[in-house]
Design a protein around this ligand. Sequence first.
Ligand SMILES: C[S@@+](CC[C@H](N)C(=O)[O-])C[C@H]1O[C@@H](n2cnc3c(N)ncnc32)[C@H](O)[C@@H]1O
Length: 257
Amino acid sequence: MSSKPIHSVPTKDLYARWAAVYDTDGNILQSIDDHLLPTLLDLAFTILPSHQPITITELGAGTGRNTIKLLHRRQGVEVEKINALDLSPEMLALAKTRCTTFKSPTQVEFYEFDALQPSKSPEVQALEGAADLVLSTLVLEHLPLSIFFSTIRTLLKPNGILVMSNMHADMGRLSRAGFMDGENGGGEVKVQGDSFVYEVSEVVGVGREEGFVVVGPLGVVERGVEEGDLDEGVVGSRGRKWVGRKVWFGCVMRLGG
Ligand SMILES: C[S@@+](CC[C@H](N)C(=O)[O-])C[C@H]1O[C@@H](n2cnc3c(N)ncnc32)[C@H](O)[C@@H]1O
C-alpha cells in the first residue's frame, strides 16, 4: 500500500532503528491496541486469582507502552512482579526509562530475550513456569505460531492466562510492522522486518494444539478502523487509508482450558 521504497532488514535491526520514534510516529496499530487492550486486561484480571499477588511476564514488551498500563492498575489483583522480555535492547532501554520513572510497588525486571533462540538467555530460563499472566501485544507477527505459543506455555504457570493482540491478516496481506525512516540520507524509505500473516482461525487452531483455549464472553475481538475513529482521535490521519478494513485482533486465552 506504500509507494515508498522498502528496506527489509532483520527484525532486531528494524527495532533498533524504529525505537527512537516508535511511540510517536502515529502507527495506527498501537493506537487501536491502546483503545482495546484495557478491555482484554479487565477480563483477564477478573479471571486471575485475587487472593494472592501475581507475576506477569511480557513477551515483546517493546518500549513498555503496555507495561506501564499494568503499573497503573490499582484495583483488584496485586501485581507483585513484571518480567519484561524483548529482542531489542533499544526498545527495552525505553521501557526501562518509562517504568522506572513511575513510582509503583510492583518490581519490574527487564531481559533481552530472543524467542527464536531462548537458550541464549539462561537468565530467562529461571522465569519458566513463574507467570500467572503473559501479555504479548503486536509481537506474534514476528514469530512462527508454534514458537509463540510454546514460548508462552513455558513462561506460564499451569492454567495461566495469556492476553494477546496482533495485526489482523486483512492488514497483514497489505502491510507489515515497519516505519518510515527519513534518516537514511536518500529520502524516506519504509523499513520492515520479518513478518508472518496469520488468520484468526489459524491462531486459535494452533493455540488449541499448544494447549490454549479462548476464554471469556468477548471471544476473539477483531477490529477495523472506523470513520468515527478518525473523528474521535482513536487513530490519527494515517488511519484514513485503513477505514473499513480489519487491522487488529486480540483475545484472552487460558493454558489448559
Ligand atoms: C510491534 S512491537 C510491539 C511492542 C509492544 N508489545 C507494543 O505493543 O507496543 C514488536 C516487539 O516484538 C519484539 N520481538 C520481535 N521478535 C522477537 C523475538 N524473536 N523475541 C522477542 N521479542 C521479539 C520486538 O523487539 C518489538 O519490541
